[in-house]
Design a protein around this ligand. Sequence first.
Ligand SMILES: Cc1cc2nc3c(=O)[nH]c(=O)nc-3n(C[C@H](O)[C@H](O)[C@H](O)COP(=O)(O)OP(=O)(O)OC[C@H]3O[C@@H](n4cnc5c(N)ncnc54)[C@H](O)[C@@H]3O)c2cc1C
Length: 367
Amino acid sequence: MRVGICGGGIGGLAAAIGLVSLGHDVEVFERSPDLRATGAGLNLWPNAVRALYGLGLREPYDRIAVKLDRYLGYAPDGKLLFEKDTSGWPAKYGAPSTGVYRLALNTMLADAYGADRIRYGSEVVSVENKADTAVCHFSGGESFEADVIIGADGINSAIRTQLIGGVKFRPNEHHAFRFRSVIDLDLVDVDPAAQTGIYTPGGWLSVIPIGGGKAYWFGSVSGARNVDEFIAYFASWDRTHIPRTISLTPRDSIVESPLLDVDGTPYTWTQGRVTLLGDAAHPMMPDLAQGASQTFLDALALRDVFAETGDVDEALRRYEAIRRPAANYVVERSKKGSYLGKHRVDPVAFRYEDEIEAVGKDEHVPA
Ligand SMILES: Cc1cc2nc3c(=O)[nH]c(=O)nc-3n(C[C@H](O)[C@H](O)[C@H](O)COP(=O)(O)OP(=O)(O)OC[C@H]3O[C@@H](n4cnc5c(N)ncnc54)[C@H](O)[C@@H]3O)c2cc1C
């Protein structure tokens, strides 16, 4: 079977790895001119890590990721707000919660697929279904015809917009931006085996180790419209590590991401021989930190349905039946907001156990 994957992010590459392992002929088209990773770090939970293990990536993933044994939350005066021990999660859930450097993760996935095989500089502008094939068209005028086309082109998916629609975005009223960067772990005064956050209802900043001696910090301030306003909020927090951590972070390395509330979900992921995967299929707010996890679960499910049947229509039907309800459940849960946000939900490590593991919706049993 010939497969075209539009988007060489973590989802496109994970899907390619799964389908290549079945012996399929898979081409990955990425619009960037080379391997990039937007953002800085990721918290990948046991469900994501199990999916990566399922895709045969246990050894390379364990090499680049850091196991998180604790989630700690403090007030700016040093008072402990919450503590969650996650050191037993590998025994309980089959995998640890982890921190990982995005670039290391993308590089690992690219290497597992074959970094020199990725067709960089290929921007997909449209897709088209034919009788028994599908075609993607590129901005340079070329086309690629395959038995299946997978739209893994991210949260603003052109393929979703063209074929299906159903998703609208609007600015989040409370926390409009998230700011993040990477710094040497030994420059930050935090537990190196924990995610450590310092929280007030108006603003927060969390640090997570991500391997290679690096730490990823990310935070948000209600009403802050730019990095200067974000930094100014923490100026008086001199009983915490935050002013120093920010001052040691190169200013031009701080990434500013608008946080968009998502209205609606695609009514289907599949049109003919084209289906969606990852953020293209289930754009969500990052408050549950589940976007990448759900993306890896998509890739695993796609591999498993094609392992069971060579009938493309049947495989895509099963893939969507397994994944769309499960992912949409997480999309809805992600709308509840963040700890100390408007709805005062529990810290994410508690929510992960209660809303993801306890419910078991992310596991799939191919029909
Ligand atoms: C601030 C923030 C923090 C987050 N933190 C976490 C976290 O801690 N844990 C977690 O699980 N998730 C987290 N996420 C979500 C996670 O980043 C995404 O869910 C994940 O990257 C989705 O992978 P993807 O491959 O679907 O999309 P992407 O990673 O966006 O990749 C899409 C790829 O497609 C390419 N592309 C786009 N359009 C085209 C086109 N027309 N033609 C060809 N190529 C194209 C892009 O260049 C890109 O390489 C976070 C997201 C944000 C914004």
